[in-house]
Ligand binder design. Structure first.
Ligand code: NDP
Length: 288
C-alpha cells in the first residue's frame, strides 16, 4: 500500500486566494484594508525569515503589513509600550510578536498584554480559554491548519481515535482541543508517555509535534491512518519531519510531507485570522 501525499502547499494556496477575495470585499465595505502588525526583536535569522515571509504573504493578500524591528537588548517595558500602542491603533487588526524573545524578556508578560481580540496567533490565555470552552476567539495557526487538512482529507472526524504527540501551548494542546471539538477520542502523548508506539498504533489520526527527526516509525502506525507531521527538523540531509516519511507511506492512507505539508498552512491561517479580526472589528459579516 502506498499512502497519498497531503498537498498542504496547494491547499494553502487555495486558502490564501479565498482570503484575498474576502479582503477585497472587506475593503469595499470598510473603506480600508485589514492591518497586521508583526514585531521582531533581535537578529535571529530563522525569525527574520519567518517575519519576511509573513509580511510578503500579508501584502499579497491585499492587507497592510506593518513591521516593527526592535534591537535584541530592547527593555521589556519598551516592547510592552509598543504592544499597548498597537492595541490602541484602529488601523491594526492583528498583532503578532515573533517568538522566541531574548532571554531577558518574559514572553508571557508580553503575550498577555496583546488585546485578545487582536491576538491573531491565538497565544493569549483568553483565547486558549475560549478554544477550550467553545467560544469564538482566535485559534493558533499551526493546529488550525492541521485541522483543515484533516477535514479536507477525512470529512467528518467524529468518533475517530486521534493521538497528538506533543503538548506545547502553541501546537499540541490547541490541536487536542480542536480534535475534541470535532468529537474525536483524543490522546495527548509527550516525553513521559510510556510505550508511545502502542499509543500511536490505535490512532486513526496521528499529529506529530515533537521536534525530533523521523522519530515516529512507519511500523508504529495503524494501517490506513492519516498522519499530520508538524515537525521541522534541520538535519545534514535537509529538512525532515517528526515522522519517518518513507516508512509511513507504506502503512498510512495519507501523510503530510515536510516541507510542503503543514508549514504553508500556518501562514495561510494567519492571514485568515487577521481578516476575521478585521471583519469582526468593523462589524462586517464573516464566516467562522
Ligand atoms: P515544543 O518543544 O514546545 O514541544 C515538544 C513536545 O514534544 C513536548 O510536549 C514534549 O514533551 C514532546 N516530546 C519531546 N520528546 C518526546 C519524546 N521522545 N516522545 C514523546 N514526546 C516528546 O515544540 P513545539 O510544539 O513548539 O513544536 C514541535 C515541532 O513542530 C517542532 O519541530 C517545531 O519546529 C515544529 N513547528 C512547526 C510549525 C509549522 O509551521 N509547521 C509551527 C510550530 C512548530 P514534554 O512536554 O513532556 O517536554
Amino acid at each position: 500500500m502506498t499512502a497519498s501525499i497531503i498537498d498542504g502547499k496547494a491547499f494553502a494556496a487555495g486558502l490564501r486566494a479565498r482570503v484575498g477575495e474576502r479582503v477585497a470585499a472587506f475593503v469595499a465595505q470598510a473603506g480600508r484594508a485589514p492591518g497586521l502588525a508583526v514585531v521582531l526583536v533581535g537578529e535571529d535569522s530563522a525569525s527574520a525569515v519567518y517575519v519576511r515571509n509573513k509580511g510578503r504573504a500579508t501584502r499579497e493578500a491585499g492587507m497592510v503589513s506593518v513591521e516593527h524591528r526592535l534591537p535584541a537588548d530592547v527593555p521589556q517595558d519598551a516592547l510592552i509600550d509598543l504592544v499597548d500602542a498597537l492595541n490602541a491603533d484602529p488601523a491594526i487588526d492583528g498583532i503578532l510578536v515573533q517568538l522566541p524573545l531574548p532571554p531577558h524578556i518574559d514572553e508571557r508578560a508580553v503575550l498577555i498584554r496583546i488585546d485578545p481580540d487582536k491576538d491573531v496567533d491565538g497565544f493569549h490565555p483568553v483565547n486558549a480559554g475560549r478554544l477550550a470552552t467553545g467560544l469564538p476567539g482566535f485559534v493558533p495557526c499551526t493546529p488550525l491548519g492541521c485541522l483543515m487538512l484533516l477535514k479536507d482529507q477525512l470529512g467528518d472526524l467524529s468518533g475517530l481515535d486521534a493521538v497528538v504527540i506533543g503538548r506545547s501551548n502553541i501546537v499540541g494542546k490547541p490541536m487536542a482541543q480542536l480534535l475534541i471539538a470535532e468529537s474525536c477520542t483524543v490522546t495527548v502523548a509527550h516525553s513521559r508517555t510510556r510505550d508511545l508506539s502502542s499509543v500511536v498504533k490505535r490512532a486513526d489520526i496521528v499529529v506529530a509535534a515533537v521536534g525530533r527527526a523521523q522519530m515516529i516509525k512507519g511500523e508504529w502506525l495503524k494501517p490506513g491512518a492519516t498522519v499530520i507531521d508538524v515537525g521541522i527538523n534541520r538535519t545534514p540531509e535537509g529538512l525532515v519531519g517528526d515522522v519517518d516519511f518513507a516508512g509511513a507511506m507504506g502503512v498510512a492512507s495519507a501523510v503530510t510531507p515536510v516541507p510542503g505539508g503543514v508549514g504553508p498552512m500556518t501562514i495561510a491561517c494567519l492571514l485568515r485570522n487577521a481578516l476575521i479580526s478585521a471583519e469582526r472589528r468593523e462589524g462586517v459579516a464573516y464566516e467562522k
